[in-house]
Design a protein around this ligand. Structure first.
Ligand SMILES: Nc1ncnc2c1ncn2[C@@H]1O[C@H](COP(=O)(O)OP(=O)(O)OP(=O)(O)O)[C@@H](O)[C@H]1O
Ligand SMILES: [Mg+2]
Length: 255
């Protein structure tokens, strides 16, 4: 049996009309940190959503194994309970649902996180302080009217509360001011250290990676994973961009 936490094999997926991901193979071991880079529109967020089980996308081939289970046909709720977490590039607003009630509900659904109301309130307060989130946010409707940076911090609050086995962070660093970026970086580091969680970081910037020890870097171009390398690949991309990978794909005759 594979000792990988996540094994994606020959995965193709897209919307009803448009193929987006082509024959993706990717494995992430428990506690590893992987980075996914690629030009705008390459399919990085789509891959994150497909791993999470977003019903907007259909899998047309291949499989997703997570923690020993085939989750390819499982709903997002089941995958979340199994330990997959996706921080959205653009977190959704949920009118009518107070943030605190939302957090309490998602934690009560997990046997390992069930706790008394008093302990839960203390834990949420502690994490909110760690993330420099004002406690008044807890009574507001989930993400409604939150600034871009505030929404990203609320995603980190969920990450630290839920302690997933795999966290996919989709451009969590975008739109954060320099202080917020430092706070969020520390939160990601805390997640790694506290629960030995695995990370798939989707990002265009290297700053958020400075505190992390990156095990693998993957490059996606036009829905294809075209390279897999060590952390040094990030610096290469920073200096030289994606042209090399685009050219290699073109030479293989991929449109
Ligand atoms: N729901 C959708 N319906 C139609 N097309 C979609 C949908 N979601 C994504 N796409 C298309 O799939 C392609 C990949 O989009 P995706 O958001 O995954 O890119 P990305 O690599 O995350 O880009 P960025 O770096 O800009 O965030 C794009 O061409 C996009 O327009
Ligand atoms: Mg994206």
């Amino acid at each position: 049996m594979s000792d990988q936490l996540l094994t994606i094999s020959g995965l193709s997926a897209g919307t009803e009309d448009t193929p987006i991901l082509h024959d993706i193979n990717l494995s992430i071991g428990a506690g590893e940190t992987h980075v996914l880079m690629g030009p705008n529109g390459a399919g990085k967020s789509t891959l994150g959503h497909v791993i999470m089980g977003d019903p907007v996308f259909q899998v047309t081939g291949g499989s997703i194994m997570f923690d020993g289970q085939d989750v390819t046909d499982k709903g997002a709720d089941k995958r979340s309970l199994a330990g997959i977490f996706l921080s959205y590039q653009a977190p959704v607003e949920v009118p009518g649902v107070p943030l605190y009630s939302f957090l309490r509900t998602i934690c009560q659904m997990r046997p390992e996180l069930k706790t008394t109301a008093r302990k839960f309130r203390a834990r949420v307060g502690e994490i909110a302080d760690q993330l420099d989130i004002d406690q008044s946010f807890l009574t507001r409707e989930l993400n409604v009217g939150f600034s871009g940076g505030e929404k990203k911090k609320i995603e980190m609050l969920q990450l630290l509360l839920l302690r997933p086995k795999l966290a996919i962070l989709d451009e969590t660093d975008s739109g954060l001011d320099v202080d917020a970026l430092s706070i969020v970086s520390k939160a990601i580091e805390a997640y790694r250290a506290d629960c030995d969680g695995a990370l798939l970081m989707i990002t265009h910037n290297t700053r958020i990676l400075e505190r992390l020890s990156v095990d693998h870097t993957h490059v996606m171009v036009r829905g294809n994973l075209v390279a897999d390398g060590p952390a040094s690949l990030i610096d290469d991309i920073d200096s030289n961009g994606f042209a090399r990978f685009e050219n290699e794909l073109a030479q293989k005759g991929v449109e």
